[in-house]
Ligand binder design. Structure first.
Ligand code: ATP
Ligand code: MG
Length: 307
């Protein structure tokens, strides 16, 4: 079992004095991140998901991708939202081809990888396409098979799954090494995050589940949200939900969206950027750990075809 986030990492990250300390802090963070990550045989796959929509998954995914890439890692961000994809918009990219062309058999996955700001590679999703669950089994298998090569040529694969409990989303959470469930402190988002955690917990193949509280006012509020979900998950699902920390509500985030520039690039010293750096460090130790079985897309492939 891989260990993207563990309590030891969390306490290390939380106690790091280099966090949030101006420009030298940013340099320190990149160096620290690099030192946490070692070479590995295949990519670690992190699915970023949520129950409720609009909680910040795509912003977290894009800015996390930039942060890992800045630490020298080969990062692929797969925008797996086949309904309302928008990672390309956040990066101000006009992608000629995306996953819909792969599904339509006009392109291979390697043909739809594009260099994004900050140096990561983006595979765009598609807007208005039928859900993956509606695709034929043949098409899904072809997509999954073609993605296997990604694992060999990347250190980290981040998947923005899109929101909600659907076969499409669950196919990715099911097969990832780690699932990062994003919520905000709003009661509706918390309720939906728990519903997502519950569905994931039923899955024997599910990997570690961690919770990220986005748009938090402060660490105390985020900790309360985490405790609430973690306590109920432990009591009723017997599931340990790990604490991935929080990203504060920061006016730089919507500004960056309007500028179509990831905030860790446009405003590297803003509070949200520091939070994403901390999140990356919390994830980083696990990135150097070899997952247990045959690769993400092979697992995913097995899941699609299991009786
Ligand atoms: N930390 C933050 N502080 C302030 N605003 C934020 C923050 N995170 C996200 N937002 C805002 O929330 C909105 C939704 O963000 P985003 O598109 O990343 O959510 P999402 O979960 O990917 O949505 P969807 O479920 O539709 O895919 C954006 O307008 C963004 O500016
Ligand atoms: Mg999104």
């Amino acid at each position: 079992m891989s260990a993207i986030i563990n309590p030891r990492t969390l306490s290390l990250a939380a106690s790091s004095s280099s966090l949030g300390s101006g420009s030298s802090g940013v340099v320190d963070q990149a160096a620290h991140l690099r030192s946490l990550m070692k070479a590995r045989a295949r990519a670690t796959v992190i699915a970023i998901t949520s129950g409720k929509g609009g909680v910040g998954k795509s912003n977290i995914a894009v800015n996390l991708a930039v942060t890992f890439a800045a630490a020298g890692k080969e990062v692929v961000l797969l925008d797996a939202d086949l309904g309302l994809a928008n990672a390309d918009v956040l990066c101000n990219m006009d992608l000629p081809f995306n996953l819909s062309h792969v599904i339509a058999r006009k392109k291979e996955v390697r043909d739809v990888l594009y260099k994004a700001p900050g140096g990561f590679r983006l595979i765009g999703g598609a807007s208005g396409l039928a859900r993956m669950a509606d695709l034929s089994e043949f098409d899904r298998q072809r997509l999954v098979n073609s993605l296997v090569e990604l694992e060999k040529n990347a250190d980290i694969i981040l998947i923005d799954t899109g929101a909600g409990i659907s076969p499409n989303v669950l196919s990715f959470t099911r097969a990832a090494d780690d699932v990062l469930v994003v919520t905000t402190p709003e009661p509706t988002a918390i309720t939906d995050a728990y519903a997502m955690v519950k569905v994931i917990s039923k899955d024997k193949q599910a990997r570690r589940v961690s919770l990220l509280v986005n748009q938090a006012h402060n660490a105390t509020e985020a900790a309360q949200v985490y405790e609430r979900i973690a306590t109920v998950a432990k009591k009723f699902l017997n599931l340990n939900v790990l604490d991935a920390g929080h990203v504060v509500s920061d006016s730089e985030v919507p500004l960056a969206v309007r500028k179509r520039t990831p905030f860790v690039i446009g405003s590297p010293r803003c509070h949200a950027s520091h939070c994403v750096a901390q999140l990356a460090m919390r994830l980083a130790e696990g990135v150097s750990v070899q997952p247990d079985s045959g690769g993400f897309f092979n697992r995913m492939s097995r899941w699609f075809f299991k009786g």
